[in-house]
Design a protein around this ligand. Structure first.
Ligand code: DQA
Length: 152
């Protein structure tokens, strides 16, 4: 595992300010500083976009490299067959993170086009889910066997 690529989707640039009762009061940039201190020997490359195509372009760019990709596609999780196809098209493993526990939320969040294409899924752990996904990649760099990690 050379590097971890973190890709965040729509509205996740507003973490810390956006619905803090659901997503918390810490911005992703603040949390990323903490992650870098926790994993000093592992380069973390961070991208965020509110645009589906940009996310697909990054999946293609990093998707044939010896990295691990952590993806929180935000609401696109529930709508995007195109992102699901991109994850299936690439060889780099993708771990899915959601701050909230989707199973306890609205019915429209129960549809998830991405989870079956990912090697790992963590939800309901807040920002800590990203560290759990990094740990997954550090521990299970062989193969694409799937693991699910939920709060309960
Ligand atoms: C989210 C959950 C999505 O349903 C929502 O649209 C988001 C954030 C999460 O991290 O809990 O934008 O992906």
């Amino acid at each position: 595992m050379n590097s971890i690529i973190i890709i965040n989707g729509p509205n996740l640039n507003l973490l810390g300010r956006r619905e803090p009762e659901i997503y918390g009061k810490v911005s992703f940039e603040e949390y990323l500083n903490e992650l870098e201190l926790r994993f000093p020997n592992l380069p973390l490359i961070y991208h965020q976009s509110n645009h589906e195509g940009a996310i697909i372009d990054w999946l293609h760019e990093y998707g044939f490299s010896p990295h691990g990709i952590i993806l929180n596609a935000g609401a696109l999780t529930h709508t995007s067959i195109a992102i699901a196809d991109a994850i299936k098209a690439i060889t780099t493993p993708v771990a899915e993170v959601h701050l909230s526990d989707l199973s306890k939320r609205e019915s429209f969040r129960q549809k998830n086009y991405l989870t079956d294409c990912c090697v790992f899924s963590v939800q309901g752990m807040g920002l800590e889910g990203y560290a759990i996904a990094v740990d997954y990649f550090l521990a299970f760099t062989q193969g694409k066997s799937r693991v699910d990690y939920t709060a309960d």
